[in-house]
Structure formats: structure tokens, C-alpha cells
Design a protein around this ligand. Structure first.
Ligand code: FMN
Length: 255
């Protein structure tokens, strides 16, 4: 298999524990940051900052921050869930319910008016899994990609930064987990306070990074087939036909 495709296929979301005995090497961290540096961004705006957190005390303080799940998160999350591996394989999109605590996936447990039951209230440490390092990606709200409604192009650029760092981490044997909770209302404000991030910077996402613990945790990963999302020449047309090559048609004419 092509090396680059192999790397892309092996890149995955790591949701298991990190190995507390293995430190990330400075050279590896630098390469991951260089991968961010060379990410494509709309108009080469380079509309991001990265805060690297490896201070144990700071990681512990961040981990102690509570995350309250909104009803809309629970509902929209629920719509993406498969409850068995068989259903997950069939749907080919979304996530397995077993990834989440039952209280996040059982509508009977939702308490829309009370702001969540105790078990719906989590702490950031739950998803940080004792990570030795966080990469927190910020963007400047005062700038946007030219003529980009809602700065969509700016956000796509932040995605390119993420993928570059993710692939580099994977190639170095480091596991990465995206933590969207860092951009949630109250969490974002509290993390910004702890890290002295200026007001005009927003948190796009955070990534936990580290070596996976020796006990490997395997996840079922699914994707749609190419024919489920690729259209040729017209939306809905699943068959690709190549125009006759220029050289071929010249040869055909001379015959
Ligand atoms: C922008 C973005 C935000 C994500 N946020 C989270 C998150 O908060 N928690 C989580 O467990 N996974 C998160 N993920 C990971 C996706 O769930 C994951 O990429 C998807 O399920 C496919 O699995 P794979 O990464 O193993 O291929 C995020 C991914 C992206 C690209």
C-alpha cells in the first residue's frame, strides 16, 4: 500500500490511557509543531496559535474543570450513535455508543431542565486520560479569511492544522485524541483564564498527546464506501468514464 495512504489509514482517535513512563521527546514535539507550521491555510493566513501544556500542575488544574453536557449535545450525539458493532458496520458513519457513559446515551436519563444529572456532569480529566501533554489550538477572532462568510475558510484551515499534526504524531508512534470540549462555553472561559489566553483568541480544539499504554485498546473504525459519496461529472452519477486520451485519439486518426 502507498506509504502515505497507509499512514492515513492508521491515524486514529486514541481514547485509551497513556503510558505514564514514556516521555514525549523534544524532537518529536518539534516535528509535530512543524507539521502545524506547514499546514495549508486560506490566503496563507496562518490563523492559529498553539499552546503546548506539559506542566503537571497545570494539566491537573485543567483536568479538574467540570464539563456540563447540554441537552442539544446529548440529542445530537444520540443521533450519531450505533448501539452494536453490527449496526455501526452497517451505518458506516457516527460513533459507537460504548464510547460514552450510559448516562450520555440513554434518553431516559436526560434531565433537560436540571442541566444534567450528576453522571452527565463530567470533568475534563475523564477525556484527558492522564495525558502528559496538551496541544491547544487557538484562532484570532479579529481576523477572517477574505470574503469568507462566517470565516468558513479559516475554520477549514484549522482542520488542516489538525490533520497535519495528527499524521505526524501517528508517524512518530504517538497517539492523539481531539478534545472538542475545550471549545465549549464554560470550559473555554476557564481554560483561557488558567492559561492567560487573551480575550480575542478562541479555542478551536485541544489535542491530548502521548504514547499509548502497553495494553492496546482496539477500536472498530468504519467509513462509507467510495460509491457512497463520490459523484462523477453530475451529482448522483456513480460511474466514471475517462475521455479518450489526446495521444490515443491522434493515433486513432492517423490509422
Ligand atoms: C474537529 C474534530 C473534533 C473531534 N472531537 C472529538 C471529541 O471531542 N471527542 C472524541 O472522542 N473524538 C473527537 N473527534 C474524533 C472523531 O470522533 C473521529 O475522528 C471519528 O470518530 C473517526 O474516528 P478515527 O479518528 O479513529 O478515524 C473529533 C474529530 C474532529 C476532526
Amino acid at each position: 500500500m502507498d506509504e502515505i495512504l497507509k499512514l492515513m489509514l492508521s491515524r486514529h482517535s486514541y481514547r485509551g490511557p497513556y503510558d505514564p513512563n514514556r516521555r514525549i521527546r523534544q524532537e518529536d514535539l518539534t516535528m509535530i509543531l512543524e507539521a502545524a507550521q506547514w499546514a495549508p491555510t486560506a490566503h496563507n493566513m496562518q490563523n492559529f496559535e498553539v499552546v503546548v501544556v506539559n506542566d503537571k500542575q497545570m494539566l491537573a488544574e485543567i483536568g479538574n474543570l467540570p464539563v456540563r453536557l447540554s441537552e442539544s449535545f446529548l440529542r445530537e450525539n444520540y443521533a450519531q450513535l450505533s448501539f452494536t458493532e453490527e449496526e455501526f458496520r452497517r451505518r458506516r458513519t457516527g460513533v459507537l455508543a460504548s464510547m460514552f457513559p450510559a448516562s450520555w446515551t440513554e434518553p431516559g436519563e436526560w434531565q433537560p431542565d436540571g442541566g444534567g444529572t450528576l453522571s452527565q456532569l463530567a470533568f475534563l480529566s475523564r477525556s484527558m486520560q492522564d495525558t502528559p501533554l496538551l496541544l491547544i489550538v487557538l484562532y484570532d477572532t479579529r481576523r477572517r479569511a477574505p470574503a469568507s462568510e462566517g470565516d468558513v475558510l479559516g475554520f477549514i484551515s484549522l482542520g488542516c492544522v489538525l490533520e497535519n499534526m495528527w499524521l505526524m504524531s501517528e508517524s512518530l508512534g504517538l497517539s492523539l485524541h481531539v478534545l472538542s470540549a475545550f471549545s465549549g462555553d464554560t470550559v473555554e472561559q476557564q481554560v483561557k483564564y488558567l492559561l492567560q489566553i487573551p480575550d480575542f483568541q478562541r479555542i478551536a480544539y485541544a489535542c491530548s498527546l502521548g504514547y499509548p499504554a502497553p495494553r492496546k485498546v482496539e477500536y472498530l473504525r468504519v467509513r462509507r464506501e467510495l460509491q457512497d459519496f463520490v459523484h462523477y461529472n453530475r451529482f448522483g452519477n456513480r460511474d466514471l468514464e475517462w475521455p479518450a486520451a489526446a495521444t490515443e485519439s491522434k493515433e486513432a486518426k492517423s490509422k
